[in-house]
Design a protein around this ligand. Sequence first.
Ligand SMILES: [Cu+2]
Length: 296
Amino acid sequence: MSLELPKRFRRVAFGGLMVTALFVLSGCSQEQKDQIKRLAMPVSATEEGPHTFDLWMWSWLAAIVTGVVVWGLIFYAAFRYRRRSEADIPVQTRYNLPIEIFYTIAPVMMVIVFFYFTVDTQNKVLHTSAHPDQNVTVVGQQWSWTFNYNLKHSDKSDGGYVEDGDGQVVHEGGTTADRPTLWLVKDKSVTFFLDSPDVIHSFWVPGFLFKMDVVPGRNNHFTLTPNRSGTFEGRCAELCGVYHSRMLFNVKVVDQAAYDAHLQQLADQGNTGPALGASQTDRTPGLESDESTGGE
Ligand SMILES: [Cu+2]
C-alpha cells in the first residue's frame, strides 16, 4: 500500500502554503513584527524584567534547537529507511543500548540546565529590598483590588501590618465596574505585600513580566523598580470566582511629584488608614450597576 500523494497535489499544497505565509507575514504591522521577535513577551517596564525576558528567549531557543534536531532525525529515519517495495523490508532493529543510554541522559541534562537558569532567574526577580523607596500592600478580594500606600507587613511573627514611616497610610479601592489604579514612581523601588481576605488571587502586571499569587494568611512579597513611565494593565491571574475576568486594574508609573500629589488627593478624600478586608474597602461587588449593561 502506498501513502504517496500525487506529485501535482503536493506541488499545489506547497504553493498554497507559501502564498498563505506571505499574506500572513506581509499583513503584519511593525508592532506585530516586534511582538513576534519578542515571541509575544511584552516590553519590560521594570529593572528586573530583562532577567525574565532572557529566560523566556533562551528557553525558546533551546526548545527550537531541540525540536529541529528531533524533527530532523525523525524525517531522516522515515525517508532514509522507508519501505521501498513490498518485498524489501528495512532492517528491524531493537535494543540499541548506547542510543537508549543517550536518550535517557540527554533529556535529564536538559532539565538540569533549564532548572539551573530558572532558579537563577527566580533568585534575581524574587528578591525583597529591606529598605525600598516605597511600600504598597495589595489586597486582592472578590472581585477587585485595594492598594494601601506606605503600609508594610510587620517583621513580627504575629503578622499584621504597620506604617512604613515614610508618610500617611492611604488606600484606593475599585469595583468590577470601576477599576482601581495603582500609582508608582519611575526609578523608585517598591516592595509589594500581598494579602487576600477570601480566596487565592494572583497579582499580575504583564508589562512588569511578573506575577505572584495572593494567598489568604500568607505573607507573599517582592520588590521591583519600574523604569518606564506610562499606564499599564493589571489583572488577576488566578481563577477566583464568577467575576474573575473583571478583576482588572491600571498601573500608572509617574514622577515623584505626581505620585505625592495623588497620595495627598487620596488623603483629602478621606481614604486614610489601611483597608485590608473586603468589608473595609470602599468596594461593593459593583454588579447591581453594571450587570444590566453587560459590564466590560
Ligand atoms: Cu482574583
